[in-house]
Design a protein around this ligand. Sequence first.
Ligand SMILES: [Zn+2]
Length: 102
Amino acid sequence: MLPDWSHYTSVIGSQPIVDPSRQFCHNPDCPVSSKVGEGNIGVHNQKDRRYVCHRCGKTFAATKGTTFHRLHKAADLVVIVLALLCHGCPVQAIVAAFDLDD
Ligand SMILES: [Zn+2]
């Protein structure tokens, strides 16, 4: 079953976290992974918009799993990665160094 991503519209942009009950744990090893409404998700850091799963203890960004999360990563890394590639750095080394293989 695919997760329901529609609730992310409430946390993108500059809006603070207000409803952790609509979030779910992203840890694949967690017993309540991808389940909404288990009561396991709390606010870890409102300023950085991070949630925490009280079942497994993992934290995750409010935008995790969305294109916004990946866009943020791409925006931060694209200049660095291009510079490394231009200087002959192996692609495998860049993937490993920046954890891009996901
Ligand atoms: Zn969890």
